[in-house]
Write a protein that binds this ligand. Structure first.
Ligand code: SF4
Length: 330
């Protein structure tokens, strides 16, 4: 007997009633690597609960490079990767010293749009000069503006204004550092961006404005090199932010894994998990490791995505049955 028509009917029924798994299957994805959960800060709003007491472990370079290679060959990949933490630059203290430049070079050599998020607190540390030299080498040896450096500008990150201004000013003074610096803050801290521009000017740098892209965006440009982007976001009540009064409550954060551009975020962490969406809270996840005959192997990316789709269907079922969640009501 041919069961295929029945199976196809079942798939069509499942896609109709459990749409998030279907969306995940049919959207392009961005890879996020939360390389470590260690951070020398312990910000009160940290959605990853990162801090100085967390393990000083990193996702191995070969693991990340393997997933970048697999994604590069996959038409569903959006060609965008984010390297974050915890604080990724802590690799200069505890990890392999070439951790960050190896990842950035590998990603950019593949032509992947690359974003690295850092708290900029290393700017005056002894190893800070090594970071500037590595960033300069990576930026100047790849296509202009293919690397984005993302910084946080808010009152929860200690000395954020001073640290951001120092990082941007120093990079802008180095030759051939054509990079994008994305500064993000929260709605109630927007006054910090004009203050940042003033500090950069006080460091002797000229700021002009340039027209970027077909959307007609006008962006500040520092020292003729660094393009500045500013965005403000919403703080969700995941991780340590759950204790913050004004953090936005999200009823079903597990289903908020799409970016504004309609791409899904697939985030790897240093504990061996892959999670949909970047921030914490109740999330849909699976492991990227599998055990066989007492050995541990990496799942391939196809296997991980299939497991995430299955986990999404399970979570949709749970949310429908226990919480009365309905897709149309979102
Ligand atoms: S918000 Fe960023 S800087 Fe602050 S503890 Fe978390 S990872 Fe570290």
């Amino acid at each position: 007997m041919n069961f295929m028509p029945i199976y196809q009917k079942y798939l069509a029924w499942r896609d109709r009633h459990f749409p998030m798994g279907n969306i995940l299957r049919h959207t392009q994805y961005v890879l996020v690597f939360k390389t470590t959960n260690y951070c020398w800060y312990r910000c009160p709003h940290c959605c990853e609960c990162s801090g100085p007491n967390n393990p000083r472990t990193f996702i191995p370079v070969r693991t990340i490079c393997s997933y970048l290679d697999q994604a590069h060959a996959d038409p569903s990949f959006s060609n965008n990767v984010v390297f974050t933490g915890g604080e990724i630059m802590s690799a200069y203290r505890f990890g392999p010293a070439d951790y960050v430049p190896t990842l950035l070079n590998h990603s950019l050599d593949l032509g992947i749009g690359t974003d690295i998020k850092t708290n900029a607190a290393w700017v005056r540390a002894g190893f800070g000069e090594g970071i500037f030299q590595d960033l300069h080498h990576v930026i100047s040896s790849h296509k202009p503006y293919s690397l984005q450096i993302s910084l946080s500008l808010d009152r929860y990150h200690k000395n954020a204004l001073e640290n951001n201004a120092a990082v941007i000013s120093r990079l802008a003074k180095m030759p051939n550092t054509n990079a994008i610096v994305h500064v993000s803050g929260f709605n109630n801290h927007v006054d910090m961006f004009p203050a940042l521009l003033e500090r950069i000017k006080a460091n002797g740098l000229k700021i002009d404005e340039v027209l970027c892209g077909s959307a007609g965006k006008i962006l500040p440009r520092v020292g003729g090199r660094i393009l500045l982007q500013y965005s403000k976001g919403t703080l969700f009540d995941g991780g340590r932010a759950r204790d913050m009064e004004w953090a936005h409550h999200s009823e079903f954060p597990q289903f908020q894994f799409l970016t504004a551009d309609g791409m899904s975020l697939i985030a790897f962490d240093s504990a061996g998990r892959v999670t949909l969406g970047e921030n914490s809270g109740r999330k849909i996840s699976t492991s990227f490791l599998m055990r066989k005959n007492f050995n541990v192997y990496l799942k391939n990316l196809y296997h991980i995505r299939a497991d995430l789709v299955k986990a999404t269907w399970r979570e949709e079922t749970r949310a429908r049955l226990l919480d009365g969640w309905r897709f149309n009501e979102r």
